[in-house]
Design a protein around this ligand. Structure first.
Ligand SMILES: Cc1cc2nc3c(=O)[nH]c(=O)nc-3n(C[C@H](O)[C@H](O)[C@H](O)COP(=O)(O)OP(=O)(O)OC[C@H]3O[C@@H](n4cnc5c(N)ncnc54)[C@H](O)[C@@H]3O)c2cc1C
Length: 282
């Protein structure tokens, strides 16, 4: 005999409230007490260019006066490439940060808000054709480059891609190191990376903790150490292109260095030899 269930009165059943522009978390991985990565479902209609950013967030606390909640949104680079079925983000955890003090606790199955309006200047369209692409990152500034280096178009456009990633401590390099190791082992990528897999080069440095290469990338570029380590000539506006993503100070210093070498800053509307974007405001 089949079990008798009470009939549901559909008129009284309300849909579970969901966030506006809600996407579901599919994976979370923590690297340090300051860094984590997570993946979410991708809105079907979302088209973006590798390197762009979107606004993401959570519902804010209720307003004490009205009880109403407003979305708490922040800019985030999409770390996954444009072909991926899901979206990946690489995030800081700011202990008192309005968003990340809460975002760091998300788990698989939770929802976040994602405004599907991608923008940004760290895109191929904003660079003139060249031979060598430098991706200069500090901290979470690697996020847009995690998208760029997983995009086959990058390897079609350039003969050589050099990723420099500078962090204070060695553990803060884990995300970029594991990704580059993974790409070198990926059968589909091996074809793009060439015989010696040397089309994608990785130059990690630390500023505080002891590691094989220590120092700020600007200092290492100025002294010529980067070029001698990698066996490359000095920066040349005829062949070198660069994307820069880091702190305000870092961006300022590297911009001066690139301009000193004769490279000009480009934009979507006017492509040139390098492009730059802040990894955060502060
Ligand atoms: C174009 C753009 C793209 C961004 N992409 C990313 C991204 O991919 N991943 C990411 O983690 N953040 C990214 N940010 C920063 C992000 O928007 C938030 O600032 C960050 O998530 C912290 O939010 P919060 O509300 O917790 O603290 P906020 O009030 O936003 O920040 C508090 C303070 O924390 C520091 N801070 C904020 N973000 C960072 C960071 N990423 N690294 C180091 N210190 C930081 C600053 O000193 C800031 O004043 C981006 C910012 C911009 C402008």
């Amino acid at each position: 005999m089949t079990e008798q269930r009470p009939l549901t009165d559909t008129a009284t059943v309300r849909p579970v409230p969901t966030l506006p522009d809600a996407q579901t978390v599919t994976e979370v991985q923590h690297y340090t007490d300051r860094l984590f990565r997570f993946r979410v479902t991708r809105p079907q209609s979302l088209r973006f260019r590798s390197g762009e950013f979107v606004m993401i967030g959570l519902m804010g606390d209720p307003d004490p006066a009205t009880g109403r909640q407003k979305p708490l949104l922040r800019a985030y680079s999409i770390a996954s490439p444009s072909w991926d079925d899901e979206l990946e983000f690489y995030s800081i955890k700011v202990p008192d940060g309005p968003l990340t003090s809460r975002l760091q606790h998300i788990e698989e199955g939770d929802q976040i808000i994602l405004r599907p309006k991608p923008v940004g200047t760290l895109v191929h369209d904003a660079l003139l054709p060249g031979k060598r692409l430098w991706l200069f990152a500090t901290g979470t500034g690697f996020a847009p480059f995690a998208s760029i280096i997983r995009d086959p178009e990058t390897y079609e456009r350039f003969d050589e891609i050099i990723v420099t990633h500078t962090c204070r401590e060695v553990a803060e390099l884990t995300y970029s190191r594991e990704m580059i190791e993974g790409l070198r082992q990926d059968e589909l990528m091996q074809e793009l990376l060439g015989d010696g897999l040397d089309k994608l080069r990785y130059y990690p440095t630390t500023t505080r903790e002891e590691s094989p290469k220590m120092g700020r990338i600007t200092t290492l570029l100025e002294s010529g150490e980067v070029q001698s380590d990698l066996g490359l000539p000095p920066l040349d506006p005829a062949v070198d292109r660069a994307m820069v993503c880091g702190s305000l100070e870092f961006n300022h210093d590297i911009k001066a260095l690139l301009e000193g070498a004769g490279l000009h800053e480009g934009a979507n509307s006017e492509p040139a030899e390098f492009v730059i974007e802040k990894a955060f405001v502060g």
